[in-house]
Design a binder for this molecule. Structure first.
Ligand code: GLN
Length: 304
C-alpha cells in the first residue's frame, strides 16, 4: 500500500470541500490565523515520514498539550493521579462546568479543561520550575529544542480566561486544587500556548504508538501500561462530546485542540497530525476530522 499516494489523494479531495467550521475566536489571538491553512504529516514506527500542505507551519496546539501534561504528571505520580480525577468520558463540552458540583470537584477526565487544570495544579506542586521543566520534558520527548510557548497566545487567553478561572476556583472550593488559582491558570494557559507544526507533532507523539518509549533511542517515557491507558483515554475522551463520533468515523485514539490541530495514534504503527483551523460546533477541526475519516477508511489503518 502506498500511504503517501493515499494521503495526497485525500488531501486534494478534502482541500476542495466547503469548510463548514469556524475559527476559534474566544481566544482573540487565535482569530487572526489564516483559516485556509491545511497540513498533514504522518510518522510511522518503521521510519516513514511524510507530510503535505502546511505541515511545516507552526500553530497553537492548545488542548493537544493536555496529553503531554498528563504524561508528565502520570510519570511523576503514577496511579495516585486518579485520586484527583476520573477516567470517564464527560459527554459535555471541553469547558463545561455542569458536572463538577455533583462530582464534588473531581473532573471526569484529564482532557476536559477542568481535568487539565487539576493536572496543571499537580505539576505546579511537583516541579521545581514548572514552566521551564514542562518545556524541557516536551522538547526531550522528540529531542527538538525548537518547540516553544507563545507568550502572545497565552496572554491573549489569560485576558479573557473567565471560564477557566471559574473552573479553577470552583474546583478549589472542593479542595481539589492545592496552589493559588492565579498560578495554576497561568501555567495552564502557558502549556496551551505551545506551538508546533504537524511534522513535529507526529514525530513527538510516536512514543504513544511505541508502548511509551522513544522510537529513536528507546528510552522509556511511560510504562507500557501507562501508555495503554493514555491511548484508552484519548480514544474515549480526546474529543469531548464528540469522542464517540471520532471513534465511530476514524477509529483511532486522538486529541484535538481549538487551534485546529488533531493528533491521532495507531498503537504499534503510526502517529498522524492534521491541522485546519476551522472548527465544528464541538470545537474539533472540521477538515481535520474529515481527512482522518477518509484516511482510516481508505487505508484500513484504524484500530477497529
Ligand atoms: N486553552 C483552551 C481553553 O482552555 C484549550 C481548549 C481546547 O483546545 N479545546 O479554552
Amino acid at each position: 500500500m502506498n500511504v503517501e499516494k493515499i494521503i495526497q489523494e485525500i488531501y486534494l479531495q478534502i482541500i476542495e470541500i466547503e469548510d463548514e467550521g469556524q475559527v476559534a475566536s474566544y481566544i482573540p489571538e487565535l482569530a487572526n490565523v489564516d483559516a485556509t491553512k491545511f497540513g498533514v504529516h504522518i510518522s510511522t514506527i518503521d521510519h516513514l515520514h511524510f507530510g503535505i500542505g502546511h505541515c511545516y507551519d507552526k500553530f497553537s496546539i492548545q488542548s493537544i498539550a493536555k496529553v503531554l501534561s498528563l504524561s508528565l504528571a502520570y510519570k511523576i505520580l503514577g496511579e495516585k493521579i486518579w485520586e484527583r480525577l476520573g477516567v470517564e468520558p464527560s459527554g459535555t463540552g471541553f469547558n463545561s462546568l455542569v458536572q463538577l458540583e455533583a462530582d464534588n470537584g473531581i473532573p471526569r477526565n484529564p482532557f476536559i479543561n477542568a481535568g487539565a487544570i487539576v493536572i496543571s495544579d499537580i505539576l505546579l506542586s511537583n516541579l521545581e520550575n514548572p514552566k521551564e521543566d514542562f518545556l524541557a520534558f516536551v522538547r526531550n520527548l522528540s529531542d527538538n529544542s525548537e518547540i516553544n510557548y507563545s507568550d502572545k497566545i497565552a496572554t491573549s487567553e489569560k485576558i479573557v480566561g473567565y471560564r477557566n478561572a471559574a473552573l479553577c476556583h470552583f474546583i478549589k472550593s472542593f479542595g481539589n486544587i492545592q496552589n493559588e488559582p492565579a498560578d495554576v491558570l497561568n501555567f495552564y494557559f502557558d502549556l496551551c500556548s505551545l506551538e508546533m507544526n504537524c511534522q513535529e507533532l507526529s514525530e513527538l507523539f510516536l512514543y504513544l504508538a511505541n508502548h511509551g518509549s522513544n522510537v529513536v533511542d528507546n528510552h522509556s517515557i511511560l510504562t507500557k501500561s501507562q501508555s495503554k491507558r493514555m491511548n484508552a483515554l484519548m480514544q474515549t475522551c480526546g474529543f469531548y462530546d464528540e469522542s464517540g463520533e471520532f471513534a465511530f468515523k476514524v477509529g483511532l485514539p486522538g486529541k484535538s485542540g481549538v487551534g485546529g490541530g488533531i493528533i491521532a495514534i495507531h498503537p504499534n504503527q503510526y502517529a498522524i497530525a492534521v491541522w485546519s483551523p476551522k472548527l465544528n460546533k464541538k470545537g474539533n477541526s472540521y477538515k481535520g476530522m474529515r481527512f482522518l475519516e477518509e484516511f482510516t477508511t481508505k487505508t484500513q489503518l484504524s484500530i477497529f
